[in-house]
Design a protein around this ligand. Sequence first.
Ligand code: GAP
Length: 409
Amino acid sequence: MSETNLKDMSQLVSLAKRRGFIFQSSEIYGGLSSCWDYGPYGIELKNNLKQKWWKAMTFRSDVVGVDASIFMHPTVWKASGHVDGFNDPMVDCKNCKSRFREDKIDTTAPCTNCGAKDSFTEPRDFNLMFSTQMGPVEDSSSKVYLRPETAQGIFTNFLNVQTTMRKKLPFGIAQIGKAFRNEITPGNFIFRTREFEQMEMQYFIKPGTQVDSMEEWKEIRWNWHLSNGLRPENLRWKDHGDDLAHYADAAFDIEYKFAHGWDEMEGIHSRTDFDLKQHQEHSGKNLMYTDAQDNNKKYLPYVMETSVGCDRCLLAIMSDAFRIENEGDKENERVVMKFHPSLAPIKVAVLPLVKKLDEPATKLFKDLQMEFKAEYDLAGSIGKRYRRQDEIGTPFCVTFDFDSLKIMP
Ligand code: GAP
């Protein structure tokens, strides 16, 4: 039996639609560009991934969770630097009006859309935050933003959490939630979208300990991706070196070898005290930590951040799991999704050999369903039923035959 990996994103997009993982948003209206809906198997997979992350990050005594609101006080985004600095340089093709991120194309080459030469405008800054109005009156004072990252809901709750939970440094706050960015060039399926989910954790530490903390979290996060079944040869580190965001003094990405090439999946950022300092200044609230273990010294904690896009991580997991067995052999070609059992949307399928066994097989299925996400399939040949389960990555299939009756309680 031969086995080939994913070569082209279109293979995955097609399986995802055909088998109810991911659909184009608003498809019956022709779709909405770069917006995607998770179908029945997709949402099981996504929920399993989120639960696994939640467990890994918060089932430890030094990390607690929050679920902050998507809308926040507009000054949050002034303080964080997003109002003034969350921009991508954008160029337009004067001929076909296509818009590109300047840093992603060669502006001296012809337009990749229409082929026109020397057609690009000068780069202009384009703020990536979506804004809307809160309340019935539309004026500038009611302007709010859809959060472009979940992290700020953690920083603004630092004091609430630290005091109510009586946390001592180092400790972390974790959150999973939607984020929105008006990306100039979304694409590659669910890799870069305008609405996505982030799984972020801010670990508050004593200033000066960031190098050790970075090493610790790099190892934890790398191992977590391996625990999801990602093949190590498809993962690598990228050190940002001196090319850093305004808030960071060091940053590393975990990159995955996507069908479109190596690209960022998770960022681990040493954010210094930038965010707490900014929020202290803009809110006027004292966010200092009193260190009882160090002569009651007062200081703003430093922050180690781990930030992974749930959808992007899911794309890596689906890409890694995708295999074609016996490619090109019409009779025997099939897609198999080799998900790690902890993530598989369906854990077990019960497949009675013949209709006559429906009743006892259903009983077994109902018992299994109390504990596991299970499926029952009576339609078609047993081979076809196995193939259906292979395509959605079910790790266990139970063929119920006449011998099974002998071991039924
Ligand atoms: N709080 C830090 C932060 O948001 P980021 O590098 O801009 O840092 C973190 O984003 C992660 O969020 C990325 O590594 C990626 O997995 C995910 N992400 C960012 N923009 C995204 C988009 N437009 N679509 C899908 N995922 C995105």
